[in-house]
Write a protein that binds this ligand. Structure first.
Ligand code: ATP
Ligand code: MG
Length: 448
């Protein structure tokens, strides 16, 4: 068999393959690692498929505790070894009823999802490619192995995997595969929210995400119905040149390929259709749309079982994205105190994407405002200014000594002192702050 491209697996994968073969079994690199190696992308993990049964595989490795069979270990690229198998019947669009071990590699390859994922490679025997995945790889096409409708009905997650590979690799989807995934999209409702989330996060962080979302919007709206009303929601304002959905896709494409940022871009304006209003001259307004976007995003993120931390990050970005330009030093200090350095720079990234998707005449000015805000933030960070209650030169104990009781009153005094320091009205010095606190204490006790 001709070997069109040379694949160089890491030494531990080579060792695993050699051990199986030395014991008399047949073993091949298979699936994503073959695809990625041929594309010149570093594979996430190395999968080996073998005719050794699981017990036989384990005994091959019993003297090599550092090579786990079937176990992924941490950040080290893992080797996963599985026995040639064929899937039984699927009844729930998610899982095969039973997995049967099979005798042949071809049978194992035929249960795999796409032709580019259904190739196996062996350093001596070369490439095993019964479905002509190599042509599809060269032509950058995603095509189901076998009948697309049947394959998507067996396991609906493949619908999202297809869009994900298209987005990440920049591949087109073969028309028959595209038609089947569109018409069977409702089957995605049977897939667990966690798996949908994982696929969507990868899909959103791809390189042609915007065109995949545009071409397959009906699939996306099936799993994220909260987004559907953006499509066709026109924006009759001088600041916009696209409808809300098209604006969203442009903004998303213009932010870095980082999942939380892409999710925030996807949701940032999704509340607009619900709050759209017109003034008498026919201009559209979207007052307080951030709040509505936030509400819809929270609903989606909760349903998809995002961690609390990721939810908070995404939601903070959404609720702050409408910060008016230019951003004053006072505002920046508050944002820096509230968001912290890292998240504030993510917010600048999101705002950068947002303005790149607005009317072009605004771009130069707004982009300059963001650059200036970044520079000012760097300066503030170097100055080690007081930004949060923690940085304040007085704390709760100091105020207790003045006779201010712990509780809401103390909280409001500390907040008020911080506001004055942030506004530059008071120096962040203990004596100055204690004096002001004393004034506030007297005014409180005067009111009682
Ligand atoms: P990546 O690791 O980059 O996410 P991958 O293609 O390696 O992509 P994995 O989930 O690691 O994806 O799966 C490894 C291989 O198993 C795939 O290349 C494919 O051959 C097969 N496979 C995975 N999931 C499915 C599925 N749902 N249906 C059919 N085959 C699948
Ligand atoms: Mg993989």
């Amino acid at each position: 068999m001709e070997t069109p491209l040379k694949i160089t697996p890491p030494p531990y994968a080579e060792q695993a393959l050699a051990l199986l073969e030395q014991a008399g079994f047949e073993a091949w690199y298979v699936g994503g690692c073959v695809r990625d190696a041929m594309l010149g992308r570093p594979p996430e993990d190395w999968d080996i498929t073998t005719n050794a049964l699981p017990g036989e595989t384990s005994s091959c490795f019993q003297d090599f505790p550092c090579i786990d069979t079937g176990l992924k270990h941490g950040t080290v690229t893992a080797v996963e070894i599985t026995t040639f198998r064929s899937d039984g019947v699927y009844t729930d669009h998610r899982h095969p009823e039973a997995v049967e071990f099979s005798k042949t590699l071809t049978e194992d390859l035929s249960r795999r999802d796409f032709t580019i994922n259904a190739m196996a490679y062996h350093p001596a025997r070369g490439l095993m490619d019964p479905f002509d995945g190599l042509s599809d790889l060269k032509n950058r096409i995603l095509r189901c192995v076998g009948d697309p409708a049947r394959r998507f009905s067996e396991d609906a997650l493949r619908i999202l995997r297809c869009l994900r590979f298209s987005s990440v690799l920049g591949f087109a989807i073969d028309p028959a595969t595209a038609e089947a995934l569109r018409s069977l999209r409702e089957l995605l409702l049977a897939i667990s929210h966690e798996r949908v989330r994982e696929e969507l996060s990868k899909l959103l962080s791809g390189k042609i995400t915007d065109s995949v979302l545009r071409d397959y919007d009906s699939v996306i709206f099936t799993v994220l119905p909260e987004l559907a009303s953006m499509k066709g929601c026109t924006q009759e304002t001088p600041y916009h040149c696209f409808d809300v959905w098209e604006h969203t896709l442009h903004a998303l494409a213009a932010v870095p390929q980082i999942p939380v940022l892409r999710w925030a871009a996807l949701f940032h304006d999704c509340g607009k259709p619900a709050v759209k209003s017109f003034s008498s001259d026919g201009t559209a307004h979207f007052y307080r749309h951030e709040k509505k976007s936030l509400e819809l995003a929270k609903r989606c993120l909760t349903r998809l079982r995002f961690s609390r931390r990721e939810t908070e990050t995404i939601c903070t970005l959404i609720s702050c994205h409408g910060e008016p330009f230019p951003i004053s030093e006072k505002r920046l200090k508050r944002l820096l105190g509230k968001l912290g350095n890292e998240l504030l720079f993510s917010l600048f990234d999101l705002m950068g994407g947002d303005i790149a998707a607005q009317a072009p005449f605004l771009y130069a000015e707004r982009s300059r405002a963001i650059t200036e805000a970044k520079e000012l933030t760097e300066k503030l960070l170097q100055q080690e200014d007081c930004l949060t209650l923690r940085d304040l030169a007085v704390n709760g104990n100091d105020l207790m000594e003045l006779g201010i009781p712990p509780g809401p009153i103390m909280g409001s005094v500390l907040e008020a002192l911080l506001e004055q320091v942030l506004d530059g009205e008071l120096a962040n010095e203990k004596s100055v702050l204690l004096e002001e606190a004393e004034k506030r204490r007297l005014s409180f006790s005067g009111r009682e």
